[in-house]
Design a protein. Structure first.
Length: 309
């Protein structure tokens, strides 16, 4: 018995078109081809494989048992061929093979994942390495080449070698656990009460001084470079601090956190949104993939990032 010949991608595509559209005529219309061309492609595929794919005894063609068995394999093959073609096209266009992205831990995860999901569909062969860090560490990763792009806050302005674009604002709220001494207070809290409690802030990995949050007596400050740890420390009642609203919202709604008010401090100072920027080296020529990420993130320029207000 002779082995079946390997089908062409055109035969596979035509076979799937008939399966999906129910008959040869509809498949031909969708493919903008004569029906005779579709009929010939299916007959040639059946001859090459040595099996009958469609029962043509009824008004509409019906998949045979062998035809049904081949459908999932044909779909996988078509997907692989499309991926191969897109990969070859990407290489021909000079698309970079890797995206190195450093992201401030305050940036909304949902927003980042949504952009990366679209990115993956546009650039299936580009591998991504995403580093989550805080404050100056993100900017320094771009400066030293560890990252091609960085998503960071206002610290970007301290690095003249970086170009940047605004990509939105992150709303932040001061919070504590409901059983924390500050959380138990009602109404505006006097500044001296904050001095008696541990405040947890994001660590500054730079020699640049950290700007104080507001004009009040400063108490004990603990620094950490992990946003998840910071949130858990606040939830446990160990400390108080500011969190991105998107990160704190569910716990505020559930009563696991309470929002703090400070006496004598305006809301604009107390809850000032954090501006975010997309940064890259001024002397770097961004490839198509990096430019795509830059444009996608700049789409929210001048607004509050989704899910944070």
């Amino acid at each position: 018995m002779m082995s079946a010949s390997l089908p062409s991608i055109d035969q596979i595509t035509t076979f799937l078109a008939v399966v999906e559209h129910g008959n040869f005529s509809a498949a031909a219309k969708m493919m903008n081809r004569p029906q005779s061309s579709v009929t010939y492609a299916i007959q040639k595929l059946e001859t090459d494989l040595g099996i009958t794919l469609f029962d043509r005894s009824a008004r509409l063609p019906i998949l045979t048992t062998e035809g049904r068995a081949l459908v999932p394999m044909a779909r996988r093959l078509a997907l692989e061929m499309r991926t191969l073609q897109r990969s070859a096209d990407s290489m021909a266009q000079g698309i970079e093979r890797k995206l190195l992205l450093a992201v401030d831990c305050a940036f909304p995860t949902a927003r980042l994942i949504a952009v990366l999901a679209r990115f993956n569909r546009e650039f299936p062969i580009v591998r991504a390495r995403i580093t989550i860090d805080s404050l100056h560490a993100v900017a320094m990763a771009v400066v030293d080449g560890t990252a091609t792009l960085g998503i960071a806050g206002p610290v970007i302005a301290q690095f003249p070698e970086l170009a940047s674009h605004p990509i939105g604002m992150i709303a932040r709220v001061p919070v504590a656990a409901p059983d924390h001494p500050l959380g138990l207070m009602t109404g505006p809290i006097p500044p001296e009460a904050f001095r008696e409690q541990v405040q947890i802030v994001m660590a500054n990995a730079s020699r640049h001084p950290r700007q104080r949050m507001f004009n009040s007596p400063e108490g004990v400050i603990w620094r950490i470079n992990d946003m998840g740890f910071k949130k858990n420390a606040i939830l446990s009642g160990l400390a108080w601090g500011r969190l991105p609203l998107a990160l704190a919202r569910a716990d505020l709604d559930a009563g696991r956190l309470v929002r703090l008010e400070a006496e004598g401090v305006t809301d604009s100072d107390w809850c000032r949104p954090l501006p975010m920027h997309l940064a890259y080296r001024r002397d770097d020529i961004l490839g198509p993939a990096a430019r795509w990420i830059r444009q996608a993130l700049m789409d929210d320029e001048g607004g509050t990032l989704p899910g944070t207000n």
